[in-house]
Design a binder for this molecule. Structure first.
Ligand code: ADP
Length: 488
């Protein structure tokens, strides 16, 4: 039999907390582990009741039931929450048993053996909290999350089986059930193995696959990475709005650039293109008045004709500027009517005949009475006037400007063809826009602004049509305006 001190040593070395009381609950012994856990010395607690350890966590009923069990000679075991000397909480698994007299007739005391499970409990709580956090993040994530199981063939991943998918994935892919479905059945791009081969990157030593895809009108961003040994996690973000905003931003940036170019152009026109013709008019007019008595009538006529030429050019410039400012202010809105194209061309020819005759250029109207377009009449007149005017301006003596039409599937092609100097291929791309369009002088040094074709293109588009050019330097140019045919 072990002796008293041997027993005390054995109990002191035990990992369990040992507390022994008399039958009335007065503490007679606590081991070293008790002292370590609760911070009381053996002397401090001897003679006291275990109630000094009470944490306030348990109800009175809890202690009553415990006491009833052990005082009836039975063992009690369960979870207990107590408090240390300095107030810290201790969670323990406890087992309390009665100690009987040698003849087993009476209870002489009680022995409690307990294990401190505070740390284990804390870890468990932390783990539970993490699980809850994961579940909450998973279900409430603004990003689609799919947990995947690799499907392999000959050691290579060929597809994945979906193990879990969150709510956001349902919204993104517009489907409710994912479980056990193949990833390729969910995605628009079915070539999962191909994607993985192409899109592999290594981030912090880990393989990550990233790609973007168009799926049912949405722009989706994917990120696939490893989860444990065989699983992967796929994050899916719907970036359609972001992409749309970016393109809107680019559009507004282009619009701003255009506005800035417009502003520069206005200043350059006012500073130069409008100033010089006025200087010319003033010069010719004063020459005319100074020479009224001394010059011959031929000389006077020549001066008057020069004033008339410059005034006409300036008038056209002002007219273009006015139309342009209207278009900039958004005040140009087409009123589509039936437009007799032959009549329009005739009217334009009437105004430009004098200019053409002076350069010995023939104007030919080959348009038929039956060619009726659906468009804004004033706008079409502006367009045709600009095209014919350019034809005359860029053609040398003896040439011609011919207008004719071709019909095709509800559209009419109005062609304005000249036998002039033509346009270099590199320049052909820029003549319909403001940026990069450099105005060149005509064959009789006629000045221009480079506004006419840009405005013509704007107006053609407002009338649901388009404008094109074919030109060969030295041979001539042919401008085509395609407009919807009027239906009767
Ligand atoms: P502008 O004639 O006032 O310069 P436009 O916008 O009408 O402005 O034309 C822009 C440029 O395109 C002209 O300066 C010229 O270089 C070229 N161009 C237009 N029409 C013709 C044409 N029929 N033949 C040759 N070059 C042309």
């Amino acid at each position: 039999m072990i002796k008293g001190q041997q027993l005390v040593n054995a109990l002191d070395n035990s990992e369990g907390i040992v507390l022994i009381t008399e039958a009335d609950g007065t503490i007679v012994f606590v081991n070293k582990t008790f002292e370590k856990v609760y911070g009381y010395t053996r002397n401090e607690v001897t003679g006291k009741k275990p109630s000094i350890l009470k944490s306030g966590f348990h109800s009175r009923q809890f202690y009553d039931e415990l006491w009833q069990t052990i005082s009836a000679g039975k063992s009690w075991s369960g979870d207990m929450v107590n408090r240390t000397k300095n107030g810290e909480i201790v969670s323990e698994k406890a087992s309390i048993s009665p100690i009987f007299s040698d003849d087993d007739s009476t209870i002489t005391g009680y022995i409690a053996v307990k294990f401190n499970v505070t740390e284990r409990k804390k870890l468990k709580e932390q783990l539970e909290m993490r699980e809850q956090l994961f579940e909450k993040l998973f279900e409430n994530s603004p990003v689609g999350i799919l947990i995947l199981d690799a499907i392999k063939s000959e050691g290579e991943i060929i597809d994945f089986a979906v193990e879990r998918a969150n709510l956001k994935s349902s919204v993104i892919f517009n489907r409710l059930s994912f479980i056990d479905q193949r990833l390729s059945s969910v995605m628009c791009n079915k070539n999962i193995a191909g994607l993985m081969k192409e899109r592999k990157t290594v981030q912090h030593g880990e393989e990550v696959y990233e790609w973007e895809d168009l799926c049912k009108g949405k722009v989706l961003e994917f990120k696939l990475f490893g989860l444990g040994r065989n699983k992967k996690c796929l994050l899916v973000t719907d970036i359609s709005t972001k992409v749309k905003m970016e393109s809107r931003l680019k559009e507004s940036e282009a619009h701003l650039r255009e506005l800035n170019e417009t502003k520069d152009k206005i200043f350059s026109i006012i500073a130069h293109d409008l100033r010089s013709p006025f200087q010319a008019i003033i010069g010719f007019a004063s020459m005319l008045s100074d020479g009224m008595d001394s010059c011959s009538s031929t000389e006077l006529k020549k001066m008057a004709a020069q004033i008339s030429d410059v005034s006409e050019q300036t008038y056209k410039l002002l007219d273009d500027l006015l139309t342009w400012s209207k278009s900039q202010l958004g005040q140009l809105s087409p009123v589509p009517v039936k437009v007799n194209l032959k009549e329009i061309v005739e009217k334009v020819f009437y105004h430009l005949r004098q200019q053409a005759d002076k350069k010995n250029i023939r104007l030919i109207n080959d348009i038929s009475e039956a060619d009726i377009a659906k468009a804004d009449k004033d706008m079409i007149e502006f367009i045709v006037r600009n095209l014919v005017h350019n034809g005359v301006k860029f053609t040398t003596s003896g040439g011609e400007v011919r207008c004719y039409t071709e019909r095709e599937d509800g559209y009419i092609r109005i062609r304005v063809k000249d036998t002039g100097i033509g346009i270099q291929p590199a320049k052909q791309k820029s003549i319909f826009s403001l940026s990069g369009n450099l105005s060149t002088k005509g064959t009789s040094e006629e000045a221009g602004t480079g506004l006419g074709l840009m405005l013509s293109r704007e107006m053609v588009e407002m009338n649901n049509g388009r404008i094109e050019v074919e030109s060969e330097p030295g041979k001539g140019s042919c401008f085509t305006v395609v407009l919807p045919e009027a239906t009767f």
